[in-house]
Design a protein around this ligand. Structure first.
Ligand SMILES: Cc1cc2nc3c(=O)[nH]c(=O)nc-3n(C[C@H](O)[C@H](O)[C@H](O)COP(=O)(O)OP(=O)(O)OC[C@H]3O[C@@H](n4cnc5c(N)ncnc54)[C@H](O)[C@@H]3O)c2cc1C
Length: 334
C-alpha cells in the first residue's frame, strides 16, 4: 500500500479513547507528535463515559470529586488542545509492520492509519454488556444496558436488574428522577459496595430478591416484566416502562490478541518504559501488565505520559526523553 492510499498518516496512533488514551493524545500533541485516536465506542471516555457516567470519582489527584462523565469531558477537551484526529466508532483490527518499521492499522470500518508508533490504551478491550436471557426484541425500546442520561428515564417506572455496583448505583441515581425504581437480583446478597447497598436499602428503591427476569411483555414498548422467585418458582408480573440490565459486561481484547505482543491473560506485558515486546508499540492504562500493576485512572495517566515520551524517542532517537515542564512559558500551547 503506498502512503497516499492511507486514510490517515500520523506519528502516533492511539488505540482507545478512555482516560489513558485521551491524556496520551494531549501529551503527544505537547510533544509535537501528530496523532490519531481510534475507539470502537462512539463517545470518548472509555469506562467512565460508558459504564459509570453519573458515579463520583474521588481518587484522581487534584480533583476532590468529579462525575465520570465530567472527567471524560475534561480529558476530551484537554486532548483537543493540539487537534488530534478522532476516529470514534472504529475498532482497530489488523496490524501490518512495514519494511521501514512504521506500521499500518486497518479498522473494522475500512479506514487505514499509517503511524510511526502505536500506543495501545484499550483498557479492558472492546466491551459489550451481558444481555438479559429474555426480551431481546425490546432492546432500544425499553430495555437498555447503559444509562448515559438519567433524564431520559424521568417519571418512568424503572426495573433495574443486577446485584453489582452498576446496578445499585443506577438504582440510586434513578431514584432521583424516576417515578419508581425496583431492583431485581437473583441472590439475596448484593456484590455492590456495602455503603451503597445500605443507602439503597434506606431509600425508596424496592428490592426484590431472589428473583430473576423470566419474561418481558408489551406492545411496541415494555409494559410488563415477569419475574420468577429463584427459590419457589413463583411468578409475578410487574408494570414497568423501562428495564435497565446491569449484569456486567464481556470485554474482549479481540483483534489486538493477534498483533504479536506478549500477553499475560487479557493484558499486554510492558517494561518500565511502557514498551510492549514489539518495536514502537507501547501500551498504557488498564491494559498493561507488570509486577505490581494497579488499575486506576491516576496510574493510567502517568503511564500515558511515560509511554508518549518513550514513543517520541523511539520515533526519533535524537529527541530528549524528558520533555521539560509544561509550565515553562516556551511550552505553552498556542
Ligand atoms: C464501576 C466502575 C467504577 C470505577 N471507579 C473508579 C474510581 O473511582 N477511580 C479510579 O481510578 N478508577 C475507577 N474505575 C476504573 C477506571 O475506570 C479504569 O481504570 C479506567 O477507565 C482505565 O482507563 P483506560 O483508558 O486504560 O481504559 P478504558 O477506560 O477501558 O478505555 C479503553 C477504550 O479502548 C477502547 N477499545 C478497546 N479495544 C479497542 C479496539 N480494538 N479498537 C478501538 N478501540 C478499542 C474501548 O472502547 C474503550 O473506550 C472504575 C471502573 C468501573 C467499572
Amino acid at each position: 500500500m503506498s502512503e497516499s492510499t492511507y486514510s490517515h498518516d500520523v506519528d502516533l496512533l492511539i488505540v482507545g479513547a478512555g482516560p489513558a488514551g485521551l491524556y496520551a493524545a494531549y501529551y503527544a500533541g505537547f510533544r509535537a507528535l501528530s496523532v490519531a485516536v481510534v475507539d470502537s465506542l462512539t463517545e470518548p471516555g472509555g469506562q467512565l463515559a460508558a459504564l459509570y457516567p453519573e458515579k463520583a470519582i474521588y481518587d484522581v489527584g487534584g480533583i476532590p470529586s468529579i462525575l465520570g462523565r465530567e472527567l471524560a469531558a475534561d480529558l476530551f477537551r484537554q486532548a483537543g488542545t493540539y487537534n488530534p484526529t478522532f476516529l470514534l466508532g472504529h475498532s482497530a483490527n489488523e496490524l501490518s509492520v512495514l519494511d521501514d518499521g512504521s506500521m499500518s492499522v486497518t479498522t473494522d470500518t475500512g479506514r487505514s492509519i499509517h503511524a510511526k508508533a502505536i500506543l495501545i490504551t484499550a483498557g479492558i478491550g472492546i466491551f459489550t454488556p451481558r444481555r438479559l436471557p429474555v426480551g431481546h426484541e425490546y432492546e432500544a425500546i425499553g430495555v437498555r444496558y447503559f444509562v448515559p442520561d438519567p433524564g431520559a428515564l424521568r417519571d418512568k417506572r424503572v426495573l433495574v436488574v443486577g446485584g453489582g455496583d452498576s446496578a445499585v448505583d443506577y438504582a440510586l441515581m434513578l431514584e432521583e428522577v424516576a417515578a419508581s425504581v425496583t431492583v431485581v437480583h437473583r441472590r439475596n446478597d448484593f456484590r455492590a459496595h456495602e455503603a451503597s447497598v445500605e443507602k439503597m436499602r434506606g431509600s425508596t428503591v424496592q428490592i426484590r430478591t431472589p428473583y430473576q427476569v423470566s419474561g418481558i411483555e408489551g406492545n411496541g414498548r415494555v409494559e410488563l416484566v415477569q419475574i420468577t422467585d429463584h427459590d419457589t418458582g413463583v411468578v409475578e408480573r410487574l408494570a414497568v416502562d423501562e428495564v435497565v440490565a446491569a449484569l456486567g459486561f464481556i470485554a474482549e481484547l479481540g483483534p489486538l490478541t493477534t498483533w504479536g505482543m506478549e500477553l499475560s491473560q487479557r493484558h499486554i506485558v510492558v517494561d518500565t518504559t511502557m514498551a510492549t515486546t514489539m518495536p514502537r508499540i507501547f501500551a498504557a492504562g488498564d491494559i498493561t501488565e507488570y509486577p505490581g500493576k494497579v488499575r486506576l485512572i491516576s496510574v493510567g495517566l502517568g503511564e500515558a505520559a511515560t509511554a508518549v515520551n518513550n514513543a517520541a524517542v523511539a520515533i526519533d532517537p535524537s529527541r530528549k526523553l524528558f520533555p521539560g515542564h509544561s509550565s515553562d512559558p516556551a511550552k505553552q500551547p498556542t
